[in-house]
Each structure stands twice: as C-alpha cells, then as structure tokens.
Design a protein around this ligand. Structure first.
Ligand code: HAM
Length: 440
C-alpha cells in the first residue's frame, strides 16, 4: 500500500475520467460500493478454495463477532448491491461502472500491490453474447485511448453447470494418472480447484498440462454457440484476440466466457504468480537449482461472464451477467500510456505576486476575483520579496504576473505584466477579470 501524491494522483484521476467518459457514452451509470463488506459476500461469491479468498483477503472480526473483509475485488459487491437495491425491476441489463481501491495480501512487486485500483464495467441481467463482446470491446477501447498501442485479448470458455462437471471429471481423471509428476500445489488443486491445474506455471506441470483435455472441446451446445458468437462479434469490432484454452482465471464465479488483456509491446511480468507465498529467496533458490523460468506476463485487465454468482450469494433466481476490470496501476506503469489530466487541472495563466503587509491583507480577495473569473493561477503568498516570486513565475513559464504592492493595495488596483514582452498595465480590481480574459 502506498501514498499517491501530486502529479501521480492526477495520472490516476485523468485515467479515471477518460475511462468513465467512454463508459458513459456506452450507456453505463456509476456505482460505488463500500470498501468493507460482510466476509460472506466474497466467500460465497468469489469462492473458498481460491487464492484470493484463502490467502489474500484482509478479514477482520468486529465487536459482536461479525466478520468483515476489505473488498479484494468488485464484482461480488456489485452483485450484492444489485440484489439488495431491487435492480432486478429496472430495465435490464443494468450497466454499471465503478472505480476504486481493492486489497489483496499478495507478495508486493512491480505491478502487484496490496492496495491497487481497478476501473470496472458490469452488465447485469443479460445472458446474450453481444454483452460479452461489448465489455471486451469497451475495455480494449479504454486501454487504447489511454495510449496502449499493442493490446491483445486472450479469451476462453470454461462452460457452465451443464458441461463443466463432466469436464472436471475428465480433467481430474487425467491428472490422477500423473499425480506423482505434478507440483505439490497441483496435488492439492485436484481436490480444491481443479480448473486452476490448467494455468500452473511450475516447470514440473507444464508438460502434463500439454496433454490435458481442453475445456472448449467439452462445451455443451449452448456454451459452444455462445462462445462462437462472442468470437464473431469480436471479429466484427476488430479487437485483436487469441483463443487461449489454458485460461481459467482465479475466481470461482465465472461461467462461459473468460478473458484477460495484455500489453504485447511492453509486458509486465510476475515473478511467480502461482505461489503467493513465494519469497525473493525462493525465487533465487529455484534459479540456482536451474529450474526454468518463473515469470509470466501480468494482465492489464480481465473479466468474464458470471451467470451463477447471484445464486451463490443466496438469490433464488439467476442474474446472468458479464463484466471486466482494468488494473489501473498497471496501465500507468506502461511506457506507452498517455499523460491524461483531469478536467480540473489547468495550466496556470497568471502568477500572482504580493508585496508588503497591506497587499498581503488583500491578496485572498484578488485570488478570489481570479478564481471566480476561472483564471488558473499560481502564487507563493508565503514569500515576501519580489525577486523570489518573479523567479518562480519565470521558472514555471507563466505568461502573465499580477502584482499587488502597497500602493496598488491602497488604490484598489493591480499591475498586470506580460512576462514575454515585459510590458505592463495598471488595472482597477473591478476590471481585472475582464482585462485578463481579453489578453489571454
Ligand atoms: P482480477 O483478474 O482479479 O479480476 O483483477 C482484474 C485486474 O486487476 C487484473 O487484470 C490486474 O490488472 C489488476 N490487479 C489484480 N490484482 C492486482 C494487484 N495485486 N496489484 C495491481 N493490480 C492488480 C477481478 O478482480 C474481477 N472482479 C474482474 C471482473 C469484473 N470480472 C467481472 N467483472
């Protein structure tokens, strides 16, 4: 967790404004859910047996014994809000965007923090394949408009409750035959989270994975048609994609479509994504032993369809939905990204200078005149000398200075100086706003 100050804060805000603007044009409305939720929102939603819940979630017990958790992700909270606020009776699908901090107790490294920020978009209450494609397209558009030139979508389908049980049976039967050849984590995963066997990056397991049955060939007719349609829509929208039949994701709520988006030109890499407790020493030891590569690219964004999430959270009826989240901290690490600034940040037009006690008394009133006239300014009211203040104005290349000395303070005027031509005028305070507007 870290402090975000000054220009870096504007980088985040600038990205958020750009992303929100795109989401709003596509018809999404904002939502903000609490950072603290009842723990069961995530244990029932994201799923026990996932790394996020078992190893990474910050949980706390409050007076009275209730267990709360700091949200490790946003989808379960958004679904809770949908159910609790009666959004089922709104026109469907309900299209929501959100932005904020999420918390996971992971091994911190570049691109992987314990507090990180996501921009999420969700379409709740639709089972249609067009929604999956629209989510992917909007996320790709946001990344492109933030400057990322070479993004690649990896997409897969992991089936639904009709076809997944048979697939899991086939997968675990295959792995049981190779039990002695896979890593200790995978020996556990066969029992706790078999789908995750497919994306283990331990060098021991990659060869076994090569021969594993692939989820797409086990899809039922409905899931196969859905996946085919999503791909057709993606073709139509010219999103660059690749089918990755080993992509399974680390959250239990997904059905059918899952996707991750990477920056192909400058991929960030994870030292050892499969083992959250891996230390720098473990990695060094592995390398010493000659174990193969322990890195893999980190996704900039990810998501998928979650048709069964509402029921796992206690809803009697399903709420078929799809969404995705952008890892904003990772986007901002990309060398390609544009410097986006929030609308409130304006280049200063005027540097305000005051000299002497009489002027200091009046300076807030002058700044207020300029603020009301929407003239962006800079100043250093804590400085007393003209030379010090002028030096700052020159260094920042601000085109005009407004100078308030003892005499001007008594007369209700200021001096406006053009810093390029050095010409200057005395202007009555009552005319200052108009004067600045005219010259700039
Ligand atoms: P996720 O893949 O866990 O999915 O996270 C989405 C994105 O958040 C990742 O692709 C990554 O860019 C970023 N991210 C995740 N963990 C970290 C971290 N520790 N530090 C920095 N960035 C990180 C979800 O959270 C789903 N709720 C997304 C979703 C929305 N699915 C449907 N709707």
């Amino acid at each position: 967790m870290r402090d975000i100050i000054g220009d870096e804060h504007y980088d985040y805000q600038g990205f958020f404004e750009k992303a929100a603007e795109i989401a709003v044009y596509y018809g999404f409305k904002p939502i903000e859910t609490p950072i603290l939720e009842k723990e069961e929102v995530f244990t029932s939603g994201v799923g026990i047996g996932t790394d996020i819940i078992d190893k990474e979630m910050y949980s706390l017990k409050i007076k009275g014994g209730e267990r709360l958790a700091m949200r490790p992700e946003g989808t379960a909270g958004t679904m809770r809000a949908y159910l609790e606020n009666g959004m089922r009776s709104w026109p469907q699908p309900v299209m929501l965007y959100s932005y904020g901090s999420f918390f996971r107790h992971e091994n911190p490294q570049k691109g992987r923090w314990r507090e990180f920020r996501q921009f999420n978009i969700e379409m709740l209450g639709t089972s249609k394949s067009i929604a999956d494609a629209m989510i992917i397209k909007i996320i790709a558009t946001i990344l492109e408009e933030a400057g990322l030139k070479n993004i690649q979508v990896r997409i897969n389908s992991i089936g639904d409750k009709e076809c997944r049980p048979a697939y899991i049976k086939e997968l675990t039967a295959y792995y049981r035959k190779h039990l002695n050849s896979v890593c200790a984590n995978c020996q556990q995963r066969i029992k706790t989270n078999p789908l995750r066997l497919l994306d283990c990056k331990d060098s021991k397991c990659t060869e076994i994975q090569g021969g594993a049955p692939d989820p797409i060939s086990s899809l039922c007719n409905e899931c196969r048609t859905h996946f085919k349609e999503v791909i057709e829509y993606l073709e139509e929208t010219h999103v660059s994609y690749e089918i990755d039949n080993r992509l399974v994701r680390g959250l239990d709520y997904y059905t059918k479509t899952v996707f991750e988006i990477f920056n192909e030109s400058e991929p960030l890499t994870d030292k050892d994504a499969n083992e959250p407790d891996t230390t720098e020493k473990d990695i060094a030891d592995k390398k010493k032993k000659g174990d193969s590569e322990t890195t893999r690219p980190l996704a900039l964004a990810a998501g998928g369809r979650y048709d069964r999430l509402a029921e796992s959270m206690g809803s009697r009826k399903p709420v078929p939905s799809v969404g995705g989240g952008i890892g904003v901290d990772r986007v901002l690490l990309s060398p390609d990204r544009f410097i986006l600034r929030p609308r409130i940040v304006k280049k200063p037009k005027v540097y305000f200078i005051q000299l002497g006690f009489e002027a200091k008394l009046k300076c807030i009133a002058v700044i207020e005149i300029l603020r009301k006239a929407r003239v962006p300014i800079m100043h250093s009211v804590s400085k007393d000398k003209l030379s010090g203040q002028l030096a700052v104005a020159e260094r920042l290349s601000i085109p005009y200075t407004v100078i308030l000395g003892q005499k001007e303070a008594m007369e209700g005027t200021v001096i406006v100086r053009n810093m390029n031509t050095r010409s200057q005028d005395t202007v009555a305070l009552a005319d200052l706003a108009m004067y600045i507007k005219k010259i700039s």
